[in-house]
Design a protein around this ligand. Structure first.
Ligand SMILES: [Zn+2]
Length: 166
């Protein structure tokens, strides 16, 4: 009887991947079909979502068939690809922010006018184009550089931020 009062914990069951097209990612069940995430891995919720929202899948990919297994695998691959693009662009953003801090720091150290930041960036992009011309991911390198915020206001803000840190 005492057990009934304890908060119930739910855990994701791997067979739900094929039963309801759900995977467990970042501690949440995610629907492979519409990418919706559920707050808790509760069988009833996943089942209801699948059977009401994705009736068509239930019909077109009958449970316990090779057809369904294949579809689930295909959707899982797609989801993984999407997630890795997301992580990559996130890392890229962080790198650009870090670079713009370093640029700002060098400018401040040499007491350069803040508007020099844009000139330096332009020179850097030009040089990169020449240096990495033969690299397969050159476009990615150049676009990362272009993402770098070095406008006058940003540089001023960054330097103020750094002064406060010191
Ligand atoms: Zn869904």
């Amino acid at each position: 009887m005492a057990d009934a009062k304890r908060p119930k914990t739910y855990s994701f069951h791997p067979e739900w991947e094929e039963d309801y097209f759900f995977v467990y990612s970042n501690s949440k069940p995610i629907c492979l079909i519409c990418k919706a995430s559920m707050a808790i891995p509760k069988k009833g919720n996943l089942e209801r979502h699948f059977k009401t929202v994705h009736k068509k899948y239930e019909r077109d990919f009958p449970a316990k068939t090779e057809l369904r297994s294949r579809k689930v695998r295909e959707l899982k691959t797609q989801l993984a690809a999407q997630q890795s693009v997301f992580t990559r662009s996130n890392t890229k953003g962080k790198a650009a922010t870090m670079a713009s801090y370093r640029f700002s720091h060098v400018l401040a150290k040499h007491k350069k006018s803040f508007k020099d930041g844009e000139v330096v960036k332009e020179a850097f992009i030009e040089a990169t184009d020449a240096l990495f011309g033969e690299f397969k991911n050159k476009t990615e390198i150049v676009s990362t550089l272009k993402d770098m915020q070095l406008s006058r206001n940003t540089v001023t803000r960054r330097c103020e931020g750094m002064a406060e840190d010191v």
